[in-house]
Every structure is written in C-alpha cells, then in structure tokens.
Design a protein around this ligand. Sequence first.
Ligand SMILES: [Zn+2]
Length: 115
Amino acid sequence: MVLGVAVLVFCAVWLGIRLASQREGAYALVKLDGQVYGRYALDEDQEIDIGSGNHIAIEDGTVRMADADCPDRICVRQGRISAEGALITCMPNRVTVQVQGSAGEDEGAPDAIAY
Ligand SMILES: [Zn+2]
C-alpha cells in the first residue's frame, strides 16, 4: 500500500518533470554560488558576464555558456538550451543557468498570470 503510493508519487513527479522539460522557457535564471544572480528574458538577445569567469549568451530564444574560465569547460560544451527546466551547470565556478517559464512561475497555470 505504502509502496504503491510511493510509486504513484514518483510517476507523477517524473511525468511533471517530463512535461515541464518539453515546454519552451521564457527566462534564464542565473545563480552564482547558490544565490540568484539575475533573470534574463530569452526573447531578447543579450550577453551577460557572470561573476569573474563565466559569460552567457542569449540568442534566438536559447541560452548558452558562451565562454568560461573553468578548467573542464563542460558548461560551454553543453551548448544551447531552451526547454523549460533545462540546466547548464558550471561546477568549478558554482554557476548554474536554468530555463524557466514565464515570470519564473514554475509549475502551476501560466495562463492565469496577468502581465
Ligand atoms: Zn564551466
């Protein structure tokens, strides 16, 4: 019984993540050292320096780590992301870039939000 509920919850969460990851995001939420560094609209082409070593670029509704001074450069190789929930992580510099839905209202009903 308990196991059944646990499996059900797991499936619901997994499905939620899947659905979320298939939507196009609206913002890139940048965190540096676990703190929110800034939120940038994906519909506006721009380039942002994060901290001292990371440089992200927003182009055509996608965001990518354009340059980084970390030794592994895994973040740069992750390329462009645009799906809601997608994430670029730069472990050495403790920078994350996550794509979010409109106005940062993750889950819930985006249609109900009035701009
Ligand atoms: Zn990196």
